[in-house]
Design a protein around this ligand. Structure first.
Ligand code: FMN
Length: 184
């Protein structure tokens, strides 16, 4: 791959939830996407990445799990109801969590490492021509999600990623100029 090709891949990646929910994604592609996350840097080799790949009826179980936690949390009833079916919008849902560190700083850096891993996954997804969107977990639902996904209670869910074949492309949002300080 040339630098231009890498740059094009990075800039072409979009958050896109315009996905054909009924079109399967080859599990081999999903495995390759997930594996790229483990190649992100991680400080002191703590290997904090935790992943659950969810498909089929388990997508509804994930929605119900999060919706129930939202209801306990006192979330708006409309939002709770909407959440029950929201993961049916893509054939593959990837829950990504960061393991707790031995110190507060390590826990924080573990999240950075896993976030870098998510970007690897999103780029790999883009390279296959698949659509993806990094969604935030609902407030107060962490423990319910980690329990459903057989993760540790102390794992911190940093994203719920929708993956599938796009029905449409989306426009790139404008990027502001970067504030760069140059010292020489
Ligand atoms: C930590 C994180 C959480 C996000 N959560 C959501 C979300 O809950 N819902 C959503 O529609 N997009 C979510 N996004 C995607 C952003 O909205 C998206 O990246 C942004 O609009 C820029 O668009 P682009 O990814 O196409 O460049 C999230 C992105 C990040 C990094």
């Amino acid at each position: 791959m040339t630098p231009d090709e890498l740059e094009n891949l990075i800039t072409a990646r979009r958050s896109n939830l315009l996905i054909d929910a009924s079109r399967e994604v080859d599990p081999e592609l999903v495995d390759r996407i997930v594996n790229t996350a483990q190649w992100a840097p991680n400080h002191k080799r703590t290997w904090p990445l935790r992943v659950a790949v969810i498909s089929g009826d388990s997508r509804r179980a994930l929605g119900d799990t999060i919706a129930d936690a939202m209801a306990v949390h006192g979330d708006d009833e409309m939002k709770v109801t909407k959440t029950r079916g929201k993961f049916m919008r893509a054939p593959i849902i990837i829950v990504v969590a960061a393991a707790e560190g031995t110190t507060t700083n390590e826990t924080e850096e573990n999240k950075y490492a896993v976030a870098a891993g998510v970007q690897n996954m999103l780029l790999m997804t883009e390279s296959f021509g698949l659509a993806a969107l990094w969604g935030s977990p609902a407030k107060g639902a962490n423990n319910a999600i980690t329990a459903l996904c057989s993760m540790n209670r102390t794992d911190h869910v940093i994203g719920i990623i929708y993956v599938g074949w796009p029905t449409q492309s989306v426009a790139a949002p404008q990027r502001p100029d970067i504030e760069v300080s140059r010292l020489s």
